[in-house]
Design a protein around this ligand. Structure first.
Ligand code: SF4
Length: 302
């Protein structure tokens, strides 16, 4: 299914200072996302993933903090945007990180969006999302769970604040059981760290039981996350593998991306899931209605 990402499409641009913003992936020439809004219920993220890129633009990014007057601002923004466009929650923070357990801001924001008749694509690494199972299943919502492998040891090292992979798989299973459409982000894929083919096949076998869709994305290093990753993995990460540049971003060499992502496509589709890649310059690999999971959002409320 073609994705309408034409910039000329009609949409209501949120006013200056809005919390709900039009999604803008740094004008990446490789971005194939459909038009959508983006909302981050928190500033920063305590999951502290070594590969995370938010440290390149958010000060003190691994210290999560609430947003001032979040709910009244979201309510105001919802009255001004085009509710036909999905709202992505979120891109620069995990909406179900530990602070959510205490504050419940993401849950409150979802209730506001649901009452306004909006639709959401929620991306998280946390099974805390299961707290909002009833809410999500009663509104126009789809969920993408991010998983970087099955190894608890690797996850503890690379995503020290995030729930372990088995808990994310349980979230997938329960979301699917509650008839909330779910997909998975394999993101990031990092040669030398988590792209061993047998490991990926074992992961896909598990995902195929619950996930409708897989979006794959390779690691795109920035100076600060590269430093953290090199400190943790040393020579397992090779500088020369990331010799391609797209805009201001470093990329895995095209041949390596093509080999890995084409092989994954075959294995994902063999298991009955649809497939897409994220900002890889390989749109021909996409077999799903969107690259970001928004095609999973139901047309109507349940
Ligand atoms: S969960 Fe996402 S936003 Fe949070 S630290 Fe990890 S990569 Fe960054």
């Amino acid at each position: 299914m073609p994705v309408d990402s034409s910039p000329s499409r009609e949409y209501k641009k949120p006013p200056e200072g809005s919390l709900i913003k039009l999604f803008d992936p740094w004008k990446s020439p490789f971005c194939t996302c459909p038009l959508k809004y983006s909302l981050n219920p928190y500033t920063g993220c305590a999951h502290r993933c070594l590969y995370c890129y938010i440290t390149s633009y958010i000060p003190d990014a691994f210290r999560a903090r609430p947003k001032v007057r979040l709910l009244s601002r979201v309510e105001r923004d919802l009255a001004k945007i085009d509710l036909q466009l999905p709202i992505a929650i979120s891109n620069s923070t995990d909406p179900y990180q530990p602070l959510e357990r205490v504050r419940g801001d993401t849950g409150a924001v979802l209730r506001l969006i649901g009452s306004a008749g909006g639709k959401v694509i929620v991306t998280t690494k946390s099974d805390l999302i299961l707290r909002d199972l009833d809410l999500l299943s009663s509104m126009r919502a789809a969920v993408m769970i991010t998983i970087t492998g099955l190894s608890a040891e690797l996850s503890r090292k690379m995503e020290p604040g995030a729930p372990l992979p088995e808990r994310r798989l349980r979230a997938l299973c329960e979301l699917r059981g509650a008839r909330v459409p779910v997909g998975v982000r394999l993101d990031p894929l990092i040669p030398g760290v988590n792209t061993d083919r047998e490991g990926l096949l074992r992961l896909l076998d598990r995902l195929a039981k619950y996930s409708l869709h897989v979006t794959a994305s390779t690691y795109k290093p920035r100076a600060d996350n590269w430093k953290r990753m090199k400190a943790a993995f040393g020579d397992r990460l090779r500088d020369r593998d990331y010799s391609e540049r797209v805009g201001r971003t470093r990329y895995l060499r095209r041949q390596m991306r093509e080999e890995l992502l084409s092989w994954l496509k075959e294995e994902v589709e063999k298991r009955g899931m649809t497939y897409a890649t994220c900002r890889e310059g390989l749109p021909e690999l996409q077999s799903a209605g969107s690259c970001d999971g928004t095609h999973l959002i139901p047309l109507d409320k349940h």
